[in-house]
Design a protein around this ligand. Structure first.
Ligand code: M6R
Length: 364
């Protein structure tokens, strides 16, 4: 079943161009430049607030979606991890939308949060990969990802497919709210369509990433930094590394470094910086310089332009394709997945079945 791959996780990482394309084909219409949702009788124009609830990697997809929904649709978004949401008595106005994200569709805390939200009069939307799951059955608006079965405990292809669906959902909501011109919608469709090719391009750096895994494998602690939609990607990179290589890792918003974590920096702590060129680039680079000035070893993930501007003095760089900001989070998922994978292989851990973890967390 693994074909030529050594692990399911590796196979699933490399399936991403195909499964993201497959997922997108249900949500974008290249022939007329429109985004589309599965048939439903909801009036999205009436939605004035969105609450996103999920766990783990799916939660990080939700964090990226918050940027998109607020940016495109100008609808405020709250986001919580399911285990906190359930017990904090959130204020949920009747008729708002609660959006649940889950690969398995069976995560106990997320499912309980869904039931609580329904009882509070929320409209229930769910981004789910397993079509027969409890969450898929319970949703008023089911937004399936078509990633196919994900076997590796570390979520990879489900995440990028969730992002594809969430970007299309944000655009649909924006259109319903009258916030998207036809031209803007056409642009979004065009850029989403570029994602599979850009992922493919990112996968082309597998050998370089495998080589630089040697820099990370001996570390005791690793930091990941990003800004804006790359901040959740930093969190995701740290989670991937923790769960399969058992190295302690933390993701931070780049601008938070000087509020504490910079105290950890010395030459034994690799710092992985995710910074595509664009409006936030200079800000992230200046945080990166602060790290470098304290002896931090930087692995810099950016595009050709970003690397030319700020790549000097990094211990390693990974060149990502130039990608439109909309699809950057989808593309930048690839190097953090591959890095975690290769570090875990070097450390000899059980990549697909890491210790203490289950694929689907059906107890709270
Ligand atoms: O099936 P779900 O998406 O609801 O699962 C949520 C988390 O348990 C899951 O993403 C977990 O964090 C993964 N092991 C991350 O790789």
């Amino acid at each position: 079943e693994k074909g030529n791959y050594r692990h399911f996780m590796q196979k699933e990482i490399f399936e991403q161009p195909a499964v993201v394309a497959n997922t997108l084909s249900s949500y974008v219409r290249p022939y007329d430049g429109k985004v589309a949702l599965p048939d439903n009788d909801l009036d999205l124009s009436a939605i004035d607030r969105v609450t996103i609830v999920a766990c783990g990697t799916s939660f990080y997809a939700g964090m990226v979606a918050k940027y998109w929904i607020e940016q495109f649709a100008r609808v405020p978004v709250d986001i919580d991890v399911a285990s906190e949401f359930r017990y904090r008595d959130p204020v949920l106005e009747k008729g708002s939308l609660a959006l649940f994200i889950s690969q398995s569709g069976e995560t106990a805390d997320t499912l309980a949060a869904l039931e609580h939200s329904r009882a509070c009069g929320q409209i229930i939307a769910a981004v789910v990969n397993v079509p027969t799951s409890a969450m898929a059955r319970e949703a008023d608006l089911l937004l399936p990802t078509h990633a196919g079965p994900e076997i590796g405990v570390a979520s990879t292809k489900a995440f990028t497919c969730q992002l594809a669906v969430l970007a299309a959902f944000a655009a649909n909501l924006a259109r319903a709210k009258g916030k998207l011109s036809e031209e803007e919608e056409r642009e979004i469709v065009k850029h989403l369509q570029e994602a599979p090719e850009a992922i493919n391009d990112a996968l082309g750096h597998d050998d370089d990433i495998q080589a630089m895994a040697h820099l990370v494998a001996p570390a005791r602690d690793v930091l990941y930094l990003g800004r804006g939609p790359d901040y959740p990607l930093a969190l995701e990179g740290a989670l991937k590394l923790k769960e399969i290589s058992y190295i302690h890792a933390e993701g931070y918003a780049a601008g938070e470094m000087k509020h504490g974590p910079i105290a950890l920096i010395d030459d034994a702590v690799p710092v992985i910086v995710l910074a595509p060129s664009g409006p936030l680039f200079e800000k992230t680079v200046s945080n990166m310089q602060e790290v470098r000035a304290r002896g931090g070893k930087i692995i810099f993930i950016s595009d050709a332009k970003g690397l030319a501007e700020a790549g000097d003095g990094c211990v390693a760089t990974i060149e990502m394709p130039e990608a439109h900001p909309l699809i950057q989070p989808i593309v930048y998922a690839v190097p953090v997945q591959l890095l975690a994978y290769h570090v875990a292989v070097l450390k000899g851990t059980d990549v697909d079945q890491p210790r203490n973890l289950a694929k689907s967390v059906t107890v709270e």
